[in-house]
Design a protein around this ligand. Sequence first.
Ligand code: NDP
Length: 255
Amino acid sequence: MNALFDLSGKVAIVTGGNGGIGLGMATGLSAAGATVVVAGRNSEKNASAVAQLLAAGGKAIAIEVDVQLEASCHRMVEQTVAALGRVDILVNNAGMNIRKQPQAYALAEWNQVLQTNLTSAFSCSQAVYSEFKNQGAGKIINIGSMMSIFGASFATPYAASKGGLVQMTKAMACAWAADNIQVNAVLPGWIDTALTRQARTDVSGLHERVLDRTPAKRWGEPGDFGGIAVFLASAASDFLTGTAIPVDGGYSVQG
Ligand code: NDP
C-alpha cells in the first residue's frame, strides 16, 4: 500500500457508521488498515456493520452512542480509548432530516436537527481533542451536504446545520492547526441511502431533478465515499485543512 494512504495502526471513530455514507467511509478506512469504531444508536445495525467489516478482513468494534447527548459523545471516546488504546480519526457523519416548510416546524424539531447534525459534531470534536493533542496529530472529517451551499424549501434546520458545519470546520481548522490536527468537511451530493429513499417519497419529482442536474447522471453510492475518507484521514492530506470538498458527481458545478 502507498504509505501516504496507509492507515495501519490508526483508530477511526465513524458516527453513524452502521449504514449509508458512514458505512461507505468505514469500509474505505478499514481497507486502508484502520481499526474502525462503528458508533450508532441501533445495536443491531452496529453489529451487522461490524460483521461486514470483519468479513472483509478488517478490524472493527461497535460502540452505542446517541450523538444528541454530550455525555454520550464523551463516553464514546472514552470507551474507544479504553478498548483500543487510542483514537486518530473522527468522522462526524451521524445526521437526520425533518422535511417541512419553515413555518411548520416546532422548535423541538429544529433543535433535534441542529443537535443531531451540528452540535453533535462540536461535542464529539471536543471529546477527541485532548487525545489528538497528546498524540501530536489527529484528523476530523465532518459530513456536510449540498445544503451547506444551496437552500431548499423543505430543509430549513437541515440547511442551517450543514451550513454551520462548514463554518465550524473552518474555525476548528484554524484553532487546532498548531496541534497538527486537520479538520475538513465532505459535501455529499445526492446519495442513495435510507435518508434519501425517504426524501424521494416525501418530495415529489426529486429523483428526476437529481438525475437531470447531476452531470454524472446517477445517484451516488455509499462506496463513493471510501476514497475521500482515506484521503482526509491519511498523511496524504496533512497540509489540507478547513476545506469543504463536494463529492457529488458534479452537481454543485452544473450551471
Ligand atoms: P442514513 O440514514 O443511512 O444514516 C444516518 C446515520 O446517522 C445512521 O447510521 C444513524 O444511526 C446515525 N444517526 C442518526 N441520528 C443519530 C444519533 N442521534 N446518534 C447516533 N447516530 C445517529 O443516511 P446517510 O448515510 O445518507 O447520511 C449520513 C450523513 O450524510 C448525514 O449526516 C447526512 O446528513 C449526510 N448526507 C447525506 C446525503 C445523501 O444524499 N444521502 C447528502 C448529503 C449529506 P442509527 O440508525 O443507529 O441511529
